[in-house]
Design a protein around this ligand. Sequence first.
Ligand code: ZN
Length: 266
Amino acid sequence: MSQLRISVWPGTPVEVPAVPSVETAEVNVPGILDLVPGGPDRQLPPEFFLRELFELGLDDESLADACSAVGLLCPQDTKYVEVLPYVSWADFDLLPSDPREAPPSSTLYAEMARLTVRVARALVDHWAVHTSTMRRKQAAIVHAWRLRGFNQPESVEEAWTLWSDYLNAALRPFHVRVSTGQGTAHAVVPTVYSCVALQLANAVNDGLPPHECANETCQRRFIRQSGDSGTQHVRSRGVIYCSMSCARAQNNREYRRRQRKKGPKA
Ligand SMILES: [Zn+2]
């Protein structure tokens, strides 16, 4: 494959909107999350797509907890078909057999939420491999999809097609549009999934590759080191730890190792 260059339109960072909050999310029937919306919309942490996304559990209860903690994970209604290419209604066991029978507005199908988390992780992994300096990069890009439980693409070209198709579809809520306040039939609600896609597109546009934290017990990916407040991301270049606390932890560990090497003082 010739040298690949990713372009992002419009070529400037797009502000990531807030996601609708979920007051409570419960699993009363396996596979179905019962949501009670409520509270002000909330912003995802600035590097959610690299950090917290990879810590979410994928069982029903964990997905319900994630909705309560960060907001609506993915579309609840038939609009999910628009944001997930390569996925058809029939792929989901629990959905009503007729797509026109929209699920109740208080429902989120766990299977769908799980799938969006897996797709989002594959998109980020694929891009992180692409920006890395590792050897055998093309094989690793293809493998990134398999690692998240998808059929392994047959070629790196096919993997890039998946990457751009999934990412572009997830970015649909942010296309140029107008609103008159008259009727809301066509309103598109941003979700955690679409905002993760936007965070990724912004990072691609910035051209800053993610680093892996050098704290050996962390190793999380990050771009900008977070300050002690945990939310303010400050520096990106020449930084090897994801946070100040990781820098301190690793420095202390290495200090203790050096002391042990010197042996007990006589
Ligand atoms: Zn770290």
